[in-house]
Design a protein around this ligand. Structure first.
Ligand SMILES: [Zn+2]
Length: 177
């Protein structure tokens, strides 16, 4: 995917009301070093979060923030406990509101995002939320890349202090009944 302004940094705080009035489009990146909640949730994220955002109104005059963001994160594979590099993409259509009353009036398809009293919005927070929501709950390697699948079944136990019952043995006994 080519882009013309890949090096452009997405502004952090924006005047969302003005951007909606201008039908503003923003294609820019957030340096993932600035997204500490994301960094806490993954092993690392060395790529920026690429954002393509459109501010607009729908036919009912709701203020919308529509677009997508994507990046690449490294997480722990829940099958082999090794590191796995995963692309993360979120597509969103958010309704920009000033209070809970407005949020309740939004159509169900729109996720409400609250502006401050001056119509300002922290775009980094919103984009970071989107990436966090898009992280897989059970990150795993794709088939063929997972270490666990390439490992042969355990050979005969030579370990002398192996005293606890092996869960697989217990399972095998249950199956024999
Ligand atoms: Zn794996």
């Amino acid at each position: 995917m080519s882009r013309t302004m890949a090096e452009a940094q997405l502004p952090k705080r924006v005047d969302a009301v003005k951007l909606v009035d201008n039908n503003q489009q923003l294609n820019a990146d957030i340096d993932s070093k600035n997204l500490t909640r994301l960094l806490d949730a993954v092993v690392h994220c060395n790529e920026p979060v690429h954002c393509e955002i459109q501010f607009e109104r729908d036919q009912d005059k709701n203020r919308l923030l529509t677009g997508s963001c994507n990046t690449n994160v490294v997480m722990i594979c829940q099958r082999c406990l090794g590191e796995v590099s995963l692309p993360v993409t979120s597509r969103f259509q958010l309704g920009l509101v000033f209070d809970d009353d407005q949020a309740r009036q939004l159509p169900k398809r729109l996720e409400p995002v609250e502006l401050d009293e001056n119509g300002q919005l922290d775009l980094w927070v919103v984009m970071e939320d989107e990436v966090l929501l898009a992280l897989p709950a059970f990150p795993m390697h794709t088939n063929g890349e997972c270490q666990l699948e390439q490992t042969e079944p355990e050979p005969d136990y030579t370990d002398s202090d192996e005293k606890r019952p092996n869960p697989f043995d217990v399972l095998a006994k249950l199956k024999q009944k």
